[in-house]
Design a binder for this molecule. Sequence first.
Ligand code: NDP
Length: 390
Amino acid sequence: MRKVSIFGATGSIGQNTIDLIARDPGAYDVVALTGGGNITQLAQDARRLGADIAVTAFEDRLGDLRAALAGSGVQAAAGQAALIEAAARPADWVMSAIVGAAGLAPGIEALKQGATLALANKETLVCAGPLVLETAQRHNARLLPVDSEHSAVFQALVGEDIAAVERVIITASGGAFRDWPLVDLATATVEQASSHPNWNMGQRITIDSASMFNKALEVIETKEYFGVDPANIEVLVHPESTVHALVGFQDGAMMAHLGAPDMRHAIGYALHWPERRDLPVERLDLAKLGQLRFHTPDEARYPALRLAREVMQRGGLSGAIFNAAKERALDHFIGRRIGFLDMADAVAAVLERFEAADGLVDAPLTLDNVQQTDHLTRQWIDETVLQRAG
Ligand code: NDP
């Protein structure tokens, strides 16, 4: 039996992963399931799958988790140290699906154990790409992409020489405001930003799709994972969300990956890799679909894409700063303290402030430095938001 752990088990990706695993009883030995505040879901899945341990990230929820697991034989634990301890438990395959920079440390710990890390948490590569890749290499661990675009590129590259790649194109649905006039974006509400035209995902990534911060993170993830020159990474708006990515080769050929917008495809591919297995996803009917549209995104509408390019050029800790600034600005948008367009303004302001603070961006890329920078960035976003409100 394959030993598997799922970090972020109660979220959208986590639940889709559990759906696949639960369809194959007897094939998996579930080591750890982790979640945040959704104790009921965490305990229910830990019982159902017979996990060794269930961990909530929040220490003050340990009592609730213990009560929910009473009599099940599943161990309960809570807090950051418990997450790391769970990641250190031997497992063959680990799903990294915590949302945000909180996913970085458990992912690195799983790689240190030599596990195959299925990476939905794009923030891991955005914040600390070189560190993560080097850790995987040192511990003979494997990193498999789960983001649909990166899984698509990975699949398009099977049997190909990366040196023959001329460009990589990742697609974007354009999110909730794709067809809105630019002037209306300033007053867009949290509810409006939280509905995605094609994908059913967690709230944070759905809002990040509307602002294209999600795509901005994915462009950086593409650079880090595949080692593609940023100048050769393109984004196209593709309203049908059917072509997830395309790889263009030196001879002019392009390999596209198509699939229904269902994350169980990319999760299942990473779960069964290098094999392909039958997956419970919709089969595409291209004749019914009729047309596939593509256009270049307008950077005035999506400043996050321009910021991502600056971050890739800057390197160092700027990815960690960009991500933390984006996460904290999103907290403020969800908390209704800033408007939709203020998120990119606040992120840009904090990136500039770091640039002016000598040496901070160029500190060595260690987990400690990433975490300290993450902390400081969030403080500076709070200050920026406060200043603007006052
Ligand atoms: P969700 O918000 O649906 O789930 C997030 C998970 O992380 C939940 O289990 C949540 O617990 C847990 N969590 C929340 N805060 C913390 C914390 N501070 N520490 C530890 N765990 C925490 O997110 P998604 O499933 O949508 O996304 C997960 C990751 O996958 C993200 O990085 C996202 O960008 C990426 N991704 C998601 C896709 C999707 O289709 N959803 C597609 C591609 C990538 P709880 O709910 O119990 O509070």
